[in-house]
Design a protein around this ligand. Structure first.
Ligand code: ADP
Length: 368
């Protein structure tokens, strides 16, 4: 067999390096359980050895303003780069730099430009798959949460109905006895029964809001006015807590078909929660925006925020992190039910320690 020329051997060795690098990257993509940034750093670290002069080579990946680098750059360097395109959108680039001190930098090979392109495409694929997985996981969680809330809604509706009638009876008969008795002690005891039954009825009412069982009286309403009224109701509470509300309304009235009392209840509950979460000196922002077919109300505070594992539970009835007696855990359940019966949506964004932002979207005209 004739001996291969040194050029051929060299070319083959280079090819083997390239293939090993591609293999290593596919391996990282397929087997690593690390987060995307950690994976990308591993990938970038693996790249220089595929180049002809690995000792001078520094691989760098730029993705959405985030830099990943395999080493540090000298004051002089030569660069080859290729864009990173994910789902048709340019999000950064993959670069290989050759550091050099004096004279001319080591030359890049034509094959290396091709390899860089292949690697950039591989990396785009890793990013795309990872983001797709994250999107699917988010969607699954949303479905599970919606499912759990709708099952809870059905159970709650049944319980609320079952309790409503006996509670009405207790209240009615207690009031009858109260009207007929002259005994002071009996009068006082009956008073306690009446107060407790009314409290229980309030809870049942809130459960009925959550399970969308409350009748509505929707009418075309100036929503900005309702928000101003809710703020007015809480003005003193805000002042006492040392918290400043900032309201931003569009220049002209936003008219939507809502039940004014229920809509006020939504704003009120969200404001009360924002107040409870905030520290003196902080602000709570309310923003109303009108779009063509819907309106968006955002209530944002800068308080203690909500931990990730609690976020999926906060709309459940009786879920509360407040001390017993301070919170019933029904405020957000009522908000959820009312938003749902108005054909709206509610979203929460929160960074623990930085605050919480509830975004509500309502259609401008009734969907019922
Ligand atoms: P309650 O306020 O009576 O506890 P809610 O249903 O209104 O009941 O709220 C449930 C839980 O959601 C609260 O206990 C709290 O942990 C959390 N929460 C709601 N709004 C906020 C907010 N703006 N900031 C931080 N946590 C909040």
């Amino acid at each position: 067999m004739p001996e291969a020329s040194p050029d051929v051997v060299h070319a083959l060795q280079e090819r083997i390096k390239e293939l090993s690098c591609l293999y290593e990257i596919s391996n990282i993509a397929a087997t690593s359980t690390a987060s995307l940034p950690e994976k990308l750093q591993e990938v970038v670290q693996a790249l220089p050895k595929a180049w002809q002069h690995p000792d001078f080579a520094v691989a760098a990946l730029l993705l959405d303003d985030q830099q990943y680098r395999s080493g540090s750059l000298a004051s002089k360097y030569e660069t080859q780069q290729h864009p990173i395109v994910v789902r048709g959108l340019e999000r950064g680039h993959l670069a290989m730099h050759y550091n050099y001190l004096n004279g001319a930098p080591p030359p890049f090979l034509h094959e290396e430009a091709l390899l860089l392109k292949t690697l950039a495409q591989e990396i785009s694929g890793i990013i795309e798959r990872d983001e797709q997985k994250a999107r699917e996981a988010l969607l699954r969680r949303k479905f599970e949460q919606a499912d759990r809330l709708s099952i809870l809604g059905e159970i709650t509706a049944g319980i609320a109905h079952e309790l409503n009638t006996p509670l009405g009876n207790i209240l009615g008969f207690a009031q009858l006895i109260q009207d007929r008795t002259d005994d002071q002690q009996v009068g006082q005891d009956i008073e306690k029964i009446i107060n407790s039954s009314m409290h229980a009825r309030e809870i049942v009412k809130k459960l009925m809001f959550f399970s969308c069982e409350m009748p509505q009286q929707k009418q075309n309403t100036d929503v900005g006015l309702l928000i101003e009224e809710a703020l007015q109701l809480l003005r003193v509470t805000f002042e006492q807590a040392g918290i400043t509300p900032r309201l931003s309304l569009p220049g002209r009235p936003v008219i939507a078909e809502v039940d004014p009392i229920q809509f006020t209840q939504v704003v009120f509950n969200l404001l009360i929660n924002a107040l409870h979460a905030s520290a003196p000196g902080q602000e709570v922002w309310l923003t109303l925006i009108q779009h063509e077919t819907n309106m968006v109300l955002r209530i944002q505070d800068f308080g203690h925020g909500i931990e990730k594992d609690l976020r999926e539970r906060i709309f459940e009835p009786f879920f509360s992190t407040k001390a017993p007696g301070e919170g019933s855990g029904l405020g957000l359940s009522v908000v959820h039910g009312i938003v749902k019966t108005h054909g709206g949506q509610i979203e929460l964004e929160s960074q623990p320690g930085e605050g919480a932002c509830f975004t509500l979207r309502f259609p401008l005209t009734s969907v019922a």
